[in-house]
Design a protein around this ligand. Structure first.
Ligand code: PLP
Length: 408
């Protein structure tokens, strides 16, 4: 499938306030009105093109939102101060007291914690189901269900959701399909496949420089406007606002996203294939051995590949820690959470990004404590990286004891 997502980004062209090739950065929290009547109308939501206050919207944030909407192919998009700011705004906007959500059971730990531990304060029920099975998801739907929530490629297990099938199911039940597409920007055209709302943590691949946190909600004009409503909008009222200076820098970084995604994917596929040939427990959606490979293949924008994330299960937390520390010492990347950086990042999700998920549930979903999540970087010479990674593994093997220097 080829949705030519990048071509729409390619067409974006700016003439800044002074003819600059970058839009001018808006550096104001508040805006003047030439008449009091226009100010009133703007607060009532009856005017277009007027800014009232930067928590509501700002020119720089709108520019970034437009670029992200072009990328996802939605009518519009609102940017937020973090991925969690985007996720929580969407959920609080769609759900009322007494409503119910069906969520994938393998999702980012922060989202899982919000759904499981926070929403009960509002009497919003959540059922966790296996999002790789449309049947499991359908069985969890009740008359009170308002939305299906999943990640296109899940954190950290890299399960692949069949978005077109889930969209059909959501339509059948008259509910919304919300997809977090953070792991697969450009690769998985979630909105074009039928997702009603697509969220990204911009913190990751889209910004790509690990220097800020930000998020986006891509959707219809009506939904994005409702999020901004001064009386009832969760985005406006919860206040997870992105700063204009950051919005401007993310917009500039986005211009190389298509090149970076191709390289992240190429490098990750190379390592995954090598590790698999070596008999290691590697999981990567680009491998035909991956249970979601065929689904990914049919829904992907093929030029961008299968993404930059892979996992390797080395058997125990001690071994995982020893390997990660050694790889960091050998300058192969950083022992750090997050993803989408130019350097490879690795962490053990069971004790970091998924630690919010109780141990017995981690085990049930197949998240072993020896699992290392790799966000593969933009290494120019990935063959050398492979050789050095293998040397780290061999060294630890020879050492015969995989005791981490860190006592957890
Ligand atoms: N969604 C996914 C898939 C993530 O991995 C993360 C963070 O790791 C988030 C959302 C949250 O994003 P942020 O950290 O920008 O709030």
């Amino acid at each position: 499938m080829d949705y030519k997502a990048a071509n729409q980004l390619q067409d974006l062209q700016y003439f800044g306030e002074y003819g600059g090739v970058n839009p001018s950065i808006s550096d104001s929290s508040t805006y003047t009105f030439l008449s009091a009547k226009t100010m009133f109308d703007t607060f009532e939501g009856n005017t277009e093109g007027c800014y009232l206050y930067s928590r509501h919207s700002s020119p720089s944030n709108l520019y970034l939102g437009e670029a992200l909407a072009a990328m996802e192919g939605t009518e519009t998009a609102n940017v937020y101060g973090s991925g969690m700011g985007a996720i929580t705004s969407v959920i609080m906007q769609l759900c009322d007291t007494g409503d119910h959500i069906v969520s994938s059971r393998t999702i980012y730990g922060g989202t899982y914690a919000f759904l499981k531990n926070f929403l009960n304060r509002f009497n919003i029920g959540v059922s966790f189901a296996d999002s790789t099975s449309v049947e499991h998801i359908e069985n969890a739907i009740t008359p009170k269900t308002k939305m299906i929530y999943c990640e296109s490629v899940s954190n950290p297990l890299l399960e692949v959701a069949d978005i077109a099938a889930l969209a059909k199911l959501a339509k059948k039940h008259g509910i919304s399909l919300v997809v977090d597409n953070t792991f697969a920007p450009l690769s998985v055209p979630a909105a074009r496949l039928g997702a009603d709302i697509v969220i990204h943590s911009l913190t990751k691949f889209i910004n790509g420089t690990s220097d800020c946190v930000a998020g986006v909600v891509c959707g219809s004009k009506d939904f994005c406007l409702s999020l901004k409503d001064v009386n009832h909008g969760a985005g406006m009222l919860l206040g997870s606002t992105l700063d204009s200076l950051r919005a401007a820098s993310i917009l500039k970084n986005m211009r190389t996203l298509h090149i970076r995604m191709k390289k992240h994917s190429e490098n990750a596929l190379y390592l995954a294939q090598k590790f698999e040939t070596d008999g290691l427990s590697v999981v990567y959606p680009g491998l035909s051995s991956h249970p979601g490979h065929e689904v990914f293949k049919t829904q992907m924008n093929s030029v961008y590949g299968y993404g930059g994330l892979l996992t390797l299960d080395v058997g125990s937390l001690e071994k995982a820690n020893a390997l990660m520390e050694l790889m960091q010492d050998r300058k192969l990347g950083y022992l750090a959470v997050s993803l989408g950086f130019y350097k490879t990042l690795f962490s053990a999700p069971g004790t970091s990004t998924s630690s919010e998920i109780p141990l017995e549930e981690q085990q049930k979903m197949g998240l072993g404590n020896g699992l290392i999540r790799f966000s593969i970087g933009l290494d120019d010479d990935i063959e050398r990286t492979y050789v050095l990674m293998k040397a780290c593994m061999a060294y630890l093997e020879i050492l015969g004891r995989h005791i981490s220097r860190t006592v957890l």
